[in-house]
Design a protein. Structure first.
Length: 195
């Protein structure tokens, strides 16, 4: 039986499409019905009057979405800080030296330019420097075929947030709406707001 290159390519594309559909369906189930209650509460940190958000970054992202739901199927994942390519792709940062952890929530369909990234820095005094590096280093065309032209970088204490979205999604979500939701989670305060 001779298998032609065309048949192999057809089978390969079918597997890719089915994987994407199943992943999107799973994300829809997980994104809409998540009833986990994780506290993301602003508190003073051990650094004195510096502010700190309690809870892991994923739970803080959940709180943001409670305040501003998005009509996009999203998936939240932690970024491996030892993978320099993934770090650069998701944050624009060249080094993980000043950060403890990163979580990213992105559209499951790569044809949708939407990304919400939280970065916990080692020391809240580095938050502004890291925020500036994120804003300068991130590629809003990282998806290749689509671009995020609405971008905000803010911070509260030791958490820096990057949100970028295609302005054609303004009926569903804007970067400022996500910033406002983050601000609510932070108790109505931001320590850094880069426009």
């Amino acid at each position: 039986m001779e298998i032609t290159m065309k048949k192999i390519l057809t089978m390969f594309m079918t597997v890719i499409i089915l994987t994407g559909v199943l992943t999107a369906c799973q994300g829809q189930q997980n994104g809409k019905g998540n009833d986990q209650k994780n506290d993301a509460t602003p508190t003073p940190s051990a650094e004195g009057n510096a502010k700190h958000l309690e809870g892991d970054l994923s739970s803080i992202i959940d709180k943001i979405y409670e305040n501003k739901p998005v009509d996009i199927a999203v998936e939240t994942t932690a970024v491996d800080l030892t993978n320099a390519d993934l770090l650069k792709y998701n944050t624009g940062l060249d080094s993980a030296d000043k950060i403890k952890e990163v979580s990213v929530s992105e559209a499951m369909m790569t044809s949708t330019a939407y990304s919400l990234v939280l970065i916990r820095v080692n020391d809240s005094t580095d938050a502004e420097e890291v925020a500036k590096a994120v804003k300068e280093g991130i590629d809003p065309r990282k998806w290749i075929c689509v671009e995020a032209d609405d971008l905000s970088v803010v911070a509260y204490g030791d958490v820096v947030m990057l949100v970028m979205v295609d302005s054609s999604l303004a009926d569903s979500v804007t970067s400022r709406q996500i910033v406002d939701a983050f601000k609510t989670v932070c108790g109505g305060d931001l320590t850094v707001d880069l426009q």
